[in-house]
Design a protein around this ligand. Sequence first.
Ligand code: ATP
Ligand code: MG
Length: 335
Amino acid sequence: MEITAEHLRKTFGSTVAVHDVSFEIARGEVVGFLGPNGAGKSTTLRMLTGVFPPSSGRAVIAGRDVAREPLAARRALGYLPERAASYGEMPVEKYLRFIADMKGIPARDVTAAVREAMGATALEHVSHRLIGNLSKGYRQRVGIAQALIGSPPVLILDEPTSGLDPEQVTDIRGLVQGLGSERTVILSTHVLPEVEAICSRVIIMNRGRILAVDSPSSLEEHLRPHREIAVEVAGARDDVLRVLHAIDGVSGVAADAALPGAPTITYVVRCVHHRDVRREVAAAVAAAGFGLVELKPVVMTLEEIFLALTSRDRLGDEKAVTPPSPQVERVVASH
Ligand SMILES: Nc1ncnc2c1ncn2[C@@H]1O[C@H](COP(=O)(O)OP(=O)(O)OP(=O)(O)O)[C@@H](O)[C@H]1O
Ligand SMILES: [Mg+2]
């Protein structure tokens, strides 16, 4: 395992910021760390990176115990803190050379390492400017650049795209995706589509505890009791409802609240167990002479997954919640 957290706990006075957090991340994984404000994400990342020791528990980075071999652990690590140290009086390039030095990069390799990190974060044209005079997004890029220097095998990025413009967000996302299978990344973020785009697994935290560790798609499967298909059809509503209901494997159909005289209506077809009846739906709609406009599975977004898990946690409810899909909420009529 490239990153191991074992029963990490952190208290600040009487506040328990992180209760009992354990997880393992294998080499090459990109894992998203999610949770509401104050969930304990940054505190957990700080224990992993050795910013402060845990009150109890253990962190291991690339085989090095963070408490016992702090220097070796830090060598293996690129860390973007939530609030990057400012070094406002230093020009960008000079600062990055200083970081390269601190990371123990041999003098002959420093120029190349700094150039590579500045290239990856599009900083070349501000290389001589003072960090303190840069805009917020550029300071964030400097933070990412210092984490990348020396190509460490493990990257821990606390809200890497916060404050960046859309173009930079796309670039940084591409950068993380392009790091390749040798690099292990944990990134915390509040931008959920980002996680869906680049992370193989997510860790969802709330109130200092882990609620779930899984891929977005299996989280969805666990949270959704039924498979549903949205099908947009041109045809008389009652006739379409009858045809859809008659399909083997369909347990319920609901029609969208379309305006009177709308050319098409969207129906949400609920499937028996987890059967996929898309082919049967397409065939039945065509055979009945209706126009099939669109057919797609109804999927929960990571946003819905996140809200379902954290609101259940807030209510202290042990039972699985069944979050309504937006389509079903709009339903006015069904057979
Ligand atoms: N140095 C500290 N002293 C006292 N309390 C702290 C300290 N650092 C964190 N906390 C508390 O620990 C809890 C977790 O904070 P943390 O910064 O880890 O949350 P987070 O999940 O990163 O939130 P955000 O999404 O807002 O960044 C909060 O209640 C916070 O107030
Ligand atoms: Mg934080």
